[in-house]
Every structure is written in C-alpha cells, then in structure tokens.
Design a protein around this ligand. Structure first.
Ligand code: NAG
Ligand code: NAG
Ligand code: NAG
Ligand code: NAG
Ligand code: NAG
Length: 497
C-alpha cells in the first residue's frame, strides 16, 4: 500500500474491480440492479481512496514517484514561515505573503517574529523564485490593480502594519516604490492604513493613483492620496475631528467623490470628500480599474454560486471550544440538497469551480478541532497545543445536475496558541485555496496550502516543560493538484455504468 495511483478511467477500473470473466456463454447478461449499485459503489470507493492518497498522504509516506506528475504538479514545503491570505498568480509566479514563526526552531531565523515577507514560487514547478523580507507584518497583497504597471505586468500592492505600503514587481520581487512623504511637516508619514483603492490620475503623470484612509490617533485621521508611479504622497487632507473611527472608503467615479463612514460614540454617518484634482474622467482609463470589491464579495460574504447551485456557509462562535459551522448547498429552487453542520469547526471561504463539460461546484475547506476540551496542556510559558483536522470536500455537479461529493483530503494540523494568539492563525488561513490554470494547459489546477507545527514527539499533547516546543518547527506546505484534468475521468467512470 502507499503507492500512488492516478484516477482511473473506466477501463482501468474494470480491470481492478470487476471479477475475472468466466468463459461462459451467459456472461453478457446485463448486470442486476444490485450488482450495478455494488459496482458503482466500488468504483466510487476506489476514487475516494485515490483522491485521499493524492491529497491526504504526506509525500514521504507515499514515496512520491514519477507517476505523481499526473495529478500533483508539485508539492513544496516552506520551513519557518506561515503563509497567509490569498495567493496571486501573476506573470507565471505564485505570490503570497507570510509571517515568521512565533515558536520553535525556526523562530526569528528567516523572518522577524513580528515581521514577515513575500514569497514567489514559479507556478509551473514550485521552485522558489524570490523572497522579500519585511520588518513589519504584511496584512494584504493585491495584484489585481491593473492601473499599476511595471515591466509590462501589474505590480502587486503590499499593505502591512504601521502604515507600510509598497508596490512590488511580481516578476523580479524588486520594490518599485515605498510610500514616501515629500515633507514630514506638511504630510506626516501615514499610519495604520487600509488597502488603497485606485483612482484616476491626479498628478498628471499618466498613471492612476491611489487613495486610502490613514489613522493616527483617536479622532485624528486623514485621507492619503498616493502617486501610483512613485509612491509619494500627493496630498493628505485631515478628516473631521468628530470621527472617532473612519472606515469603508469608496470612490464614486461619476462625481469624483470619496465616501467614508465616520463613527463616534453615538452613531455612524456617511461623509464625502470631493477630489477636485481629477481632470479627466475619461471612461477609457476607468474601464481598466478593477476594484478588489468583487473579491470581497466572493470571499468575505461567505456565499457563493456555481451555475444554479449556491453554497451558503456560516461560522458562529469563537474557536476552538465554542464554534460551529453550518453549510447548505441549494439548487435552483432554493432547496437544500446537501448540508453539513459541525461543532468545534470552522469553514474557510468556499471556492467555486467552473470546469469544461459544464462541470461546476464548490471546494470547501473545513478545520475541525479535536484536542480534548477538558484538559488543556500548556507549557510553563502558557503555550497550548490544539489539534486540528483540515478536510477538503469537493462537491461537483455534472451537466445533468447530478451531485458528487468526495472527501478529497484530510490533513493533521498542530496549532500553538498563547493568550488567544495562535499560529497558524485561523483568520490568515481562510483563503488558502485557489483555482487557477498554473501550467497553461487550459485546465484549472487546485493550489492549496496548509500550515502546521511539526512536533518532535509522537504525542504533541505531551508537552512537559517550557522548552518542549523549542524543537518544533513551523512549516507551510503548498500543493498543486491537476483538479480539472483528473475530474472528467471521475464522471466517465461513474456515468458509463
Ligand atoms: C452573496 O453574494 C452575492 C454576490 O455573489 C451578493 O450580491 C450577496 O449580497 C451575498 N449575500 C450574502 C447573504 O452574503
Ligand atoms: C442550513 O439549513 C438549516 C435548516 O434549514 C438551517 O437551520 C441553517 O441555518 C442553514 N445554514 C445556513 C448557513 O444557512
Ligand atoms: C431563491 O432565493 C432568492 C433569494 O433568497 C430569491 O430571489 C429567489 O426568487 C428564490 N428562488 C426561488 C425559485 O424560490
Ligand atoms: C451525470 O452523472 C450521472 C450519474 O452519476 C449520469 O447518469 C449522467 O449521465 C451524467 N451526466 C452527464 C451529462 O455526464
Ligand atoms: C466524508 O467524511 C465524513 C467524516 O469523516 C463522513 O461522515 C462522510 O460520510 C464522508 N463523505 C463521503 C462522501 O465519503
């Protein structure tokens, strides 16, 4: 056992599962219903097992062989870091932000404990393309703002703690610019900024610009207009002193007006700010602007659709001990056709699938805590260990609307927590799956990562002294599976019988 097998076609399945034909004239008799059910079940079981081995087994155990190439494009383990947020595929590079290890052997080795960086892997092979080390914790990366170009490709905006903002060339990893103030006196260096939104050119350099909210102290907030070409602050007007907090910045292209929510102790209200510097509002440039808003809808709202099917997910409570997930998949009549409910679990943002031959569906990633709730093991330092199973469930519909649900993989994750601060951090992992065509073969691949501590003993819950976790190691594992290329075989195998 343990040898990798690729998904079987119907012919191969027959060889494996059907009994040896006896040389008998009555052999062509059609299968009985029971026989058929048993036969299809056996094929389904086989597929589940195969999918489990594709994703579920660590590489060392399954002796990753040459054959793996068929389904798994690549599999890469990155030591001493925690990948976070969404991955981006730009110019052939797979780009993600990360933070350094908080505990264990690799603590502070590659990345500062309170910092992190950016990593780019070559999409086709998984080979490391470059690393960017940051002394601040990156919060968000966006490579979809098409107004910002460098070397003919979109640059990626990296937003971090303490007002960090830079534009990164996704091919070379070179920093194109960092946010800069022309004069600290008139324009203080921005603090605690939001993800900037693109606006048309303000400083007449032919490149679109950016605007964001910059929060200094309570009641002292500003708008920060940033040159998309150089990163220099163009303008930094202060906002009303009445606002304890400012949020939700939006830009209205038709009127060149910014809108934001201003909240104080009593209420929240909409405020606006007219950007007078924008002279040309030509639709040509505006067409090009992609607002990350659609991304937000897709990933944040916790609902998603694929064809006429919808998945509605909800997470409630606080993990690990007091949380629950509820998932309903509905059809075109809003009838629930599949549901899942679980305690001590959390569901990541669903990913919808749209494949050829009208196959659509969803990929769900669920964390299920299974460390005992009564007895919390802690080191003398107060670090506790949580055991999590990460499951990927694949729900697909074929052209005739038939649903297939497979448990595609299961992975064990060891999480370390101190005072509600955990690594891997749940909120960093909610977008850890991406569907994209990585190798340019016209089929979609699944790119998924998970992050875990590797214990140096068999029972991770047995931590006796404060040094126990010092020898543990944090790792992030990225795996690419040729999902679409392998999926039709599943339908072939099932539908031919
Ligand atoms: C679900 O997503 C759609 C867009 O895909 C959005 O319009 C809608 O408001 C969302 N609904 C909920 C309940 O989040
Ligand atoms: C799923 O359906 C059940 C029963 O109808 C309901 O109680 C639950 O709230 C639904 N979950 C979501 C996420 O809508
Ligand atoms: C399904 O629900 C949506 C929104 O909840 C509603 O707009 C739509 O009319 C419903 N469709 C049917 C067939 O009931
Ligand atoms: C969809 O799957 C069902 C059963 O698995 C099968 O009977 C049907 O022919 C399939 N439809 C298409 C269009 O592949
Ligand atoms: C997937 O796994 C869960 C729990 O291990 C199990 O309850 C469920 O029946 C499985 N589903 C399929 C389709 O195998």
């Amino acid at each position: 056992m343990g040898d990798y097998q690729r998904l079987q076609t119907e012919a191969e399945g027959e060889v494996q599962n059907a009994p040896q034909p006896r040389h008998n004239v009555y052999y062509v008799k059609p299968m009985s219903l029971l026989h058929r059910v048993a036969f299809i079940t056996s094929i389904l079981v086989c597929i589940v097992v195969v999918l489990f081995f594709i994703w579920g087994l660590p590489c060392e155990m399954s002796q990753c062989g040459q054959e793996n190439v068929n389904s798994i494009s690549w599999d890469r383990t990155l030591i001493g870091l925690e990948l976070k947020g969404r991955m981006h595929l730009v110019g052939g590079n797979l780009i993600a932000i990360l933070r350094g290890a908080q505990w264990g052997k690799s603590k502070g080795v590659r990345f500062p404990v309170n910092g992190g960086g950016v990593v780019a892997l070559i999409g086709k092979t998984g080979t490391e393309s470059y690393w960017v080390r940051l002394n601040v914790l990156p919060r968000y990366i966006d490579c979809s703002m098409s107004e910002l170009f460098a070397n003919g490709v979109r640059t990626c905006l990296v937003v971090g703690e303490n007002g960090y903002l830079s534009a990164l060339d996704p091919i070379s990893g070179r920093t194109v610019w960092n946010i800069k103030t022309p004069s600290v006196k008139t324009y203080p260096q921005p603090k605690d900024i939001d993800v900037p939104i693109p606006i048309p050119d303000m400083d007449s350099d032919g490149i679109g610009d950016l605007v964001t909210l910059s929060r200094f102290t309570k009641e002292h907030h500003r708008l920060a207009f940033i040159s998309g070409k150089t990163g220099y602050l163009i303008k930094e007007p202060p906002l009303s002193n009445d606002c304890l907090q400012v949020t939700d910045l939006k830009f209205d292209y038709a009127t060149s007006t910014l809108q934001y929510t201003c909240s104080n102790h009593i209420m929240s209200r909409q405020m606006s700010y007219e950007v007078k510097e924008i002279k040309s509002r030509s639709m040509k440039t505006l067409d090009k602007v992609i607002i990350p808003e659609e991304e937000h809808l897709r990933f944040v709202e916790g609902n998603n659709s694929a064809g006429e099917h919808k998945v509605i997910v909800s997470n409630s409570g606080t993990c690990p001990n007091d949380c629950a997930v509820s998932v309903n998949v509905t059809d075109f009549r809003n009838r629930t056709i599949w549901s899942y409910h679980s305690q001590r679990a959390y569901i990541m943002s669903p990913v919808s699938l749209h494949f050829k031959h009208s196959i659509s569906g969803f990929l769900l990633k669920i964390w299920q805590w299974h460390s005992p709730t009564e007895k919390k093991t802690k080191t003398a330092d107060g670090i506790s260990v949580e055991l999590i199973k990460e499951r990927i469930i694949l729900i697909t519909f074929n052209k005739s609307g038939n649903m297939h649900v497979v448990n595609a993989s299961q992975t064990d994750i060891i999480q370390l927590c101190y005072d509600n601060e955990c690594q891997p951090h749940l909120s960093f992992q909610t977008q850890s799956a991406l569907i994209a065509d990585l190798n340019g073969d016209g089929t979609q691949d699944l790119i998924s990562y998970f992050v875990t501590y590797k214990a140096n003993n068999d029972d991770p819950l047995l931590i006796s002294d404060k040094h126990s976790v010092d020898q543990w190691e944090l790792e992030s594992r990225v795996r690419v599976v040729r999902l679409e290329a392998e999926l039709p075989k599943l339908y072939e195998a099932v539908s031919k019988h």
